[in-house]
Design a protein around this ligand. Structure first.
Ligand code: NDP
Length: 444
């Protein structure tokens, strides 16, 4: 394989999909050497079959708002690869959603899921519907209309969606209700469900907790931990909230959080009580992070991201491409020693280069945020055996999965000078598993 050639071909065949190209480019150049050690891969044209999704569904969603206005949105499901298990990946509801973003997420998900050691393929879906400012009834009508189309493409052994940006417990609950009505079956087809109807304990916490478990493994390689470390967190949704909770528990101090309007800087640190305020503000009242600054009298910066503040560790937990090259330089200049990604692809390629050139600890989302889908996988298992595990059992399993992912990254990503290239490690480890499964299953 010539990575550059493959990338050029994909850009020609699928133009105007920059996020998809960005995700593929990162993987291609890090696996190229390993791939070329296996001429049988090239003979089976494994690389194109791995980069191009198995199939993509696109549909119009029609629903009515509270005033009776009829609205349309676009809905998508990208089924990327099911070589090691049924398609699995979240649904994103956000105004920015388009096919390029979902193809990048489904592609990344395939490698991430392979890293978890659980039998799950990769997929992703969503809609350009924005839950922001909508009433609960509007969100329900929209999610039901969405499910009226999606249900025929998913199933407990076929494709199991979950949440992502804009899709939390409330939205999963509404979708599960409609799915159940349409199929007349009670199955574990969606994960992230409420605990009363098959949801797993620790699923809401899993992505944020998992990211911190991964970070702790990275810090251990430097003989340190979180105690006294100042952390910059972006976002204030699911991932950001539980990331902050775990940092507080392990003795670190979170000084920033953000939303799409701006960020807050609280030099005293966000303690458990302040975090409870944020959770209520965001999850119950769907308010803005600005209100935290008004409530606690701290700094709020509108229209900006928190990366110019001083901290030891950066934990981007909002969205893709939220740290650019200049911001990465600022972080490094300010003494950041570790970046661990709760969000998917939050660092641009330029930012990743800055982190790696500076030889700081840098964990890509597909390794560091794999805890969410891992516990989704554990939810599928519990649904299949019709049992539920305790909080402690699930948390232990999550810890051990994150430790295993870290070990896989070290195995495939350690460079001759001892620096651990977590991007390479995660990509090669995930790729090899999927590649071997695809080879064994013939040309399909
Ligand atoms: P939520 O919807 O709960 O929260 C998203 C947060 O990010 C909100 O604070 C939101 O602000 C902010 N945000 C969203 N889009 C943008 C944007 N374009 N610019 C600036 N800020 C933005 O989502 P999650 O916490 O679930 O997801 C966050 C990230 O983590 C995503 O990249 C997701 O793919 C990734 N992830 C999530 C997993 C999960 O289990 N939930 C699993 C693995 C990865 P606002 O309130 O203004 O919208």
């Amino acid at each position: 394989m010539n990575a550059q050639q493959v990338l050029e071909d994909l850009k020609r065949r699928f133009p105007n999909e920059p996020e998809y190209h960005q995700a593929v480019e990162e993987v291609l150049f890090t696996i190229e050497d390993e791939y070329n050690l296996h001429p049988e891969f090239d003979k089976a044209n494994l690389i194109e079959r791995l980069c191009i999704p198995d199939r993509v569904f696109q549909f119009r969603i029609t629903w009515a708002d509270d005033k009776g206005n009829v609205k349309t949105n676009m809905g998508y499901r990208v089924q990327h690869n099911n070589a090691i298990g049924p398609y699995k990946g979240g649904l994103r509801f956000h105004a920015s959603v388009n096919l390029s973003i979902l193809k990048f997420l489904a592609f990344e998900q395939t490698f991430k899921n392979a890293l978890t050691t659980l039998p799950m393929g990769g997929g992703k879906g969503g809609s350009d519907f924005s839950p922001r400012g909508k009433s609960s009834m509007e969100v329900m009508r929209f999610t039901q209309a969405f499910m009226l189309e999606l249900w025929r493409h998913i199933g407990p052994d076929m494709d199991i969606p979950a949440g992502d940006i804009g899709v939390g417990g409330r939205e999963v609950g509404f979708m599960f209700g409609m799915y159940k009505k349409l199929t007349r079956e009670f199955t574990g087809t969606l994960t992230g469900k409420g605990q009363e109807f098959g949801g797993s304990l620790i699923r809401p916490e899993a992505t944020g907790y998992g990211n911190i478990y991964f970070l702790m493994e990275m810090l251990k390689t430097k003989g340190t931990d979180l105690k006294g470390k100042v952390c910059l967190v972006s976002g204030s949704g699911n991932v950001a909230q539980y990331t902050t909770e775990k940092v507080i528990e392990l003795g670190g101090k979170v000084v920033t959080m953000s939303d799409s309007d701006g960020y807050i800087y609280d030099p005293d640190g966000i303690d458990s009580e302040k975090l409870a305020y944020i959770m209520e503000l965001k999850n119950l009242y769907r308010g803005r992070i600005r209100e935290y600054a008004e409530h606690y009298g701290c700094k709020y910066v509108a229209g900006a991201r928190p990366w110019s503040e001083k901290g030891d560790i950066a934990l981007p937990s909002a969205t893709q491409n939220e740290i650019d090259g200049d911001e990465a330089k600022e972080l490094v200049a300010n003494g950041v020693m570790a970046v661990s990604e709760g969000a998917n692809m939050p660092s641009t390629p330029e930012a990743i280069k800055v982190f790696q050139d500076a030889k700081i600890l840098y964990a890509p989302g597909k390794a560091a945020n794999a805890g969410g889908v891992s516990v989704s996988g554990l939810e599928m298992t519990q649904n299949s055996i019709r049992l539920s595990w305790s909080k402690e059992e699930v948390d232990e399993k999550l810890k051990s999965i994150m430790k295993n992912i870290h070990e896989a990254c070290v195995k495939y990503g350690t460079e001759p000078d001892g620096y651990i290239n977590y991007v390479k490690g995660a990509n090669v480890a995930g790729f090899m598993k999927v590649a071997h499964a695809m080879m064994a299953q013939g040309v399909v």
